[in-house]
Design a binder for this molecule. Structure first.
Ligand code: ATP
Length: 324
């Protein structure tokens, strides 16, 4: 299999390490999202690890990998095309979500992260841009480029500093050992953003964001319920050993929080709960939920395309939150 087996329809995404294309498989007419990674891209991101992790997981709320192949310069990951767009797109264009809608997405995201942690995988890049909405209204997490399979022998922790600044846990910023708890911190940031429509540590100055993450007190708008404030503040606990999810049975502690009391997690996993919103789409090739800054890009893969051409906004090992 090669990229020549596909017709490139649109560019739908671009990150620090990769470009994502909406492609049609010529032999079947099926639409796929193909992530094109340059093999010489940042060493922070190991394309092979992403492929291995995706291969090892089948989960209703994690994007599915159908094929992977390579050329001398690039690795291609052929994923299911999730066409409802990023949660980031929905919040930027349509505003914050109701608390019930936040609860639904948060519960699905939780199940995905719980599954990863159960397999010893720290996700390390949870953010609104990596949470996609499928056409049936359920979420799908994508982008395992920074994920790490924790070794049992290394006490399940690492000191590497990767991720997107706005979602980094204090222990990551401080260069301390960090592991699964950093995902739960980012989860708290994501719940806050969905509920409030802005970032809890927002500033247009990156140093100030770092400062805010390490020191500032999070303030909640009046519309937040006591349960939502409580769960967010427990995830945004700066001491990782006291953070919600820190215990060995992290999933149990989170499932039983009052914020999720109305959720039946078995039904949720089986997609037996009706999603609160279903993206309206004309057909499988409808890209209305993707930013025009991508979909209007030319759809050619030039042979001279360099790693730098594939990359997005990069500063000191971080990718910017937001797309301009
Ligand atoms: P980052 O800089 O965040 O690490 P990246 O280079 O690893 O990004 P991805 O995050 O994997 O790239 O993909 C970039 C964007 O492409 C995503 O934010 C999303 O909008 C889109 N995308 C990724 N996978 C899919 C998919 N399976 N279906 C639809 N869109 C997708």
């Amino acid at each position: 299999m090669s990229i020549n087996d596909f017709e490139i329809h649109k560019v739908i995404g671009r990150g620090k390490f990769a470009k994502v294309l909406l492609c049609i498989q010529k032999s079947t007419g099926t639409a796929y999202a193909i992530k094109v990674l340059h093999k010489t891209a940042e060493d922070q991101c190991d394309p092979q690890t992403e492929s291995n992790i995706l291969r090892s997981i089948v989960h209703p709320f994690i994007v599915g990998l159908h094929y992977a192949f390579q050329s001398p310069e690039r690795l291609y990951l052929v994923m299911e095309y999730v066409n409802g767009g990023e949660l980031y797109f929905h919040i930027c264009n349509f505003g914050r979500f109701s608390e019930d809608r936040v609860r639904f997405y948060a519960a699905e995201i939780f199940l995905a992260i719980e599954c990863l942690h159960g397999k010893g995988i720290a996700y390390r890049d949870l953010k609104l841009e990596n949470i996609l909405l499928a056409k049936d209204g359920h979420v799908k997490i994508t982008d395992f480029g920074l994920s790490k399979q924790e070794e049992e022998s290394d006490d399940s922790s690492t000191v590497s500093l990767v991720g997107t600044l706005e979602y980094l846990a204090p222990e990551v910023i401080c260069g301390l050992e960090n592991s699964f708890g950093a995902d739960w911190w980012a989860f708290g940031v994501v719940i806050f953003e969905m509920l409030c429509g802005y970032h809890p540590f927002y500033s247009d100055d990156r140093e100030q964001i770092r400062y805010n993450i390490l020191h500032s007190v999070v303030e909640y708008p009046d519309h937040c319920s006591p349960e939502s404030k409580d769960i967010i503040s427990r995830f945004l606990q700066r001491n990782p050993s006291l953070r919600l999810g820190a215990s060995a049975a992290d999933g149990l502690e989170i499932r039983s929080h009052p914020f999720f009391s109305s959720i039946d997690f078995t039904k949720l996993f089986n997609k037996e709960i009706l999603p609160p919103f279903r993206p309206e789409l004309d057909n499988d090739l409808d890209v209305r939920f993707f930013d025009e800054m991508f979909t209007e890009e030319p759809t050619v893969l030039t042979p001279t395309e360099s790693a730098a051409d594939l990359g997005g906004n990069e500063v000191a090992g971080f990718s910017f939150h937001g797309k301009g």
